[in-house]
Design a protein around this ligand. Sequence first.
Ligand SMILES: NC(=O)c1ccc[n+]([C@@H]2O[C@H](COP(=O)([O-])OP(=O)(O)OC[C@H]3O[C@@H](n4cnc5c(N)ncnc54)[C@H](O)[C@@H]3O)[C@@H](O)[C@H]2O)c1
Length: 410
Amino acid sequence: MVLVSLTPRRLPLAILRTAASHQLRWSSAGAYTLSTPFRRPSTADRSTAAAKRLTQATPATRLNFASVSNLKGGVRPPRVLITGGLGQLGISLANQLRSRYGVDNVVLSDVRKPDPTLPIAHPLGPFVYADVTNYPLLERIVVDFQIDWVVHYSALLSAVAEKNPARALHVNIQGFQNVLELARLHKLLVFCPSTIGAFGPSTPKDNVPDITIQKPNTIYGITKVHTELLGEYYHEKFGVDFRSVRYPGILSTDTLPGGGTTDYAIDIFHQAIKANRYECFLNPDAKLPMMYIDDCIDGTIQFLEAPSSQLTQRVYNMSADSFSPEEVAAIIKQKYAPGFEMSYAPDFRQAIAETWPATLNDDAARRDWGWRPNLTTDGIVEVMWNGIAQLYKAKPATIQTGAVSQAQVA
Ligand SMILES: NC(=O)c1ccc[n+]([C@@H]2O[C@H](COP(=O)([O-])OP(=O)(O)OC[C@H]3O[C@@H](n4cnc5c(N)ncnc54)[C@H](O)[C@@H]3O)[C@@H](O)[C@H]2O)c1
């Protein structure tokens, strides 16, 4: 009953739906309380055990969405716009956020049509066309949907950006500036990820701290340093709740990578399962930070929901583990495919990888908002192998391995 009186037109159904599946409760203090684990369980075969561990280990979490007070002074779940929402990370994040906040409260947007084969868990949720370089269009979406938070995922990634520098500058820089201006005017929380690509050849290689030398020599890295600095500026100058983490290479089984330098670490599983061989575009010893997508999405939600007062900085390193092509190949050969053969034909992406750190220090993220990854290298290889093997068993003909990255970097 309280729900209905506190929420605007479309919300009650969404909240009730979410409340039913995720035990969301309104407390007498007007806060939004979640009695299920803070992190959502992984999908079935990825690890029921891990899900159980989380359920037992994580206390009920109280969420105070101060930024989304409604007109009557109560609170409601945030309404979130995800730009670039059909990419590798956007779909997974949307699935989780729609389960937490209600389907109607998470608006996916992109410049391409949702393909029916994409693993969108709530396909009837709102989807809109939004070119992030088009400010009036973005503003209209923010106003029409009464958006509170923008997760700005639209970007050209490292390898694609190197092939299209002018377009990368336009999308990554103009797009982000548009989102920041909207945040200033409409009081939005803005999350825009940075990357290990925001470091450069003069950055130390190991245990890289949050504050260090950042002189990247790729167009992608340059645009992400711009993101970090301009976001911090808008926070300092205008009070915009800007948040960013430097993601490492993200590995997923059911969404394709968008053309980054770490994409080999996904392609290798597809080729190993299909052909028992793989030709790698990086050198054997190109060690880079990597993370499994469930950890990335869980950590991102944790960061989004952290009270602003808890954050001692606006940009954080976020790391899980690091490995090189020869290390992942050795695990595949030893545990899953004894006959697996790896060869190496480094291309322009090796030069990019050489400028990136091998390991990151993410102590501040762990301290300020409780970041903890579940999987390190062996666990990542296990879920990747099992997940991709299962995909091929289920529908081998429809899987386009590496299709996005190869097409986009060509
Ligand atoms: N995936 C990773 O390993 C990784 C690592 C570090 C940082 N990141 C960052 O995370 C974010 C999301 O990455 P991703 O892997 O999902 O990327 P992706 O390439 O899979 O998705 C990006 C999406 O942006 C869309 N897009 C392109 N131009 C656009 C425009 N003008 N307007 C609106 N949308 C546009 C594309 O259609 C695509 O769906 C990016 O900012 C990226 O830099 C990703």
